[in-house]
Ligand binder design. Structure first.
Ligand SMILES: [Zn+2]
Length: 394
């Protein structure tokens, strides 16, 4: 049986409970301008449906002590999918953003562009979760894609690092499974996870930057996720930070993506070591040189290898310069660095911070912190589910 769709007072009450996380009936009545009786009747019905639960009992100055209401995370779950160039993730997430289970499938060939799972494989994986949880427990499917996505038309517009993806994957899965599907860029999904389920103190003004085989970004300003006129805000990876010598997949030259991504750091290290007659910990043999992984470069960096240090610092300086433009424009309190590169090299946050401070206007960086995501490895899965969940409650 499909879950009910709420309208009117019940919908407003659900939105308020979701946003506040915990609220009393009296607070609902006051903040929504609804009578105590209307709130009481609607809440009783929502509790009966299992979507709202009663929790802690509050202190009272007299009379009956009020109880706090919250969304019951066990009410329903979301199938969450993240399609990246480095990995494919799929799992099940509760309404409070907690991951019930998930799996990560690394793509076979690196560096990008790597083939993603075929649509048949994706559909087979979704089917296994539907079989396990049943339609009664699933509200829908949330998908994040590493690329440029128009979340209004729900189409993948530009995903050069993911070959073979159907731009209309949302509609395709909706028709196949008869469940609603939400689609957005991975970076925006991960920003929504931080905004909705992360530290409320840090959730109003921040920027989420995902760095892996590409660079994606999302900006939350005054508690609003910036979308832009056509829904393409946050294209940090295509800010011009370098010279005209290298052509980017977008058709322009000198974009940030040509410096800070995992494949570009690996390529630059290999180029430098192939061309120059210099000593490096990474230069054990010609075969080894061609098979260098980002983890090898990180290890060499930690051991003081000059080439690794030079390439990483150059990449961080370009990222820091691009971030300083955004810092001066929107004055975030926090920059979150997520994705594959910060995962294997968390120190990139500290290295980049130096360049951001150097290039930004001083008052804009007084309270600024650069850190890793609150949900660490689960960020993309929680994010894909969150963009679906907020559509239900907004
Ligand atoms: Zn570009």
């Amino acid at each position: 049986m499909q879950k009910p769709i709420y309208t009117g007072a019940k919908k407003e009450i659900l939105k308020k409970i979701f946003r506040r996380r915990s609220i009393t009936r009296a607070e609902l009545s006051a903040s929504l301008g609804l009578s105590v009786l209307t709130v009481s009747k609607a809440v009783s019905s929502l509790i009966e449906d299992g979507i709202v639960k009663e929790g802690d009992v509050m202190e009272s100055s007299g009379g009956r002590r009020p109880t706090c209401l919250s969304i019951d995370p066990s009410y329903a779950k979301i199938v969450a999918i993240d399609i990246g160039s480095y990995s494919f993730k799929i799992g099940v997430v509760s309404l409070d953003g907690s991951v019930v289970e998930h799996q990560t499938i690394l793509n076979d060939s690196l560096p990008a562009p790597a083939p993603t799972r075929t649509h048949e494989e994706i559909e087979a994986l979704i089917q296994t979760y539907i079989d396990r949880y049943s339609y009664e427990k699933l509200l829908g499917i949330g998908i994040g894609v590493s690329g440029v996505v128009n979340h209004i038309s729900r189409k993948v517009v530009f995903a050069p690092n993911i070959t073979g993806i159907d731009p209309d994957i949302a509609r395709r899965l909706e028709q196949r499974f008869h469940l609603p599907v939400a689609l957005d860029s991975s970076a925006r999904c991960m920003a929504l996870a931080e905004k909705t389920f992360g530290d409320p103190e840090q959730a109003s003004n921040f920027m989420f930057v995902s760095i892996g085989n590409g660079v994606g970004a999302a900006l939350v300003v005054d508690s609003q996720l910036l979308m832009g006129a056509q829904g393409f805000s946050g294209e940090l990876g295509h800010l011009k930070v370098g010279g005209d010598d290298i052509l980017c997949s977008c058709g322009n030259r000198g974009c940030l993506e040509l410096y800070i991504t995992i494949p570009m750091i690996v390529q630059k290290v290999v180029e430098e070591l192939s061309a120059a007659n210099i000593f490096s910990l990474l230069k054990q043999s010609p075969e080894h040189l061609q098979n260098i992984k980002i983890a090898d470069i990180v290890e060499a960096y930690e051991n003081g290898d000059k080439t690794a240090i030079r390439v990483i610092q150059n990449a961080a300086s370009k990222l820091g310069f691009a971030l300083s433009l955004a810092v001066n424009l929107v004055n975030p309190k926090r920059i979150v660095l997520g994705g594959g590169l910060p995962k294997v090299f968390p120190k990139i946050a500290d290295i980049t911070e130096r360049y951001v401070l150097e290039n930004s206007l001083t008052p804009c960086v007084q309270d600024l912190s650069i850190s890793l995501p609150s949900f660490q490895d689960d960020s993309s899965i929680v994010g894909s589910a969150t963009q679906f969940i907020i559509q239900v409650f907004d």
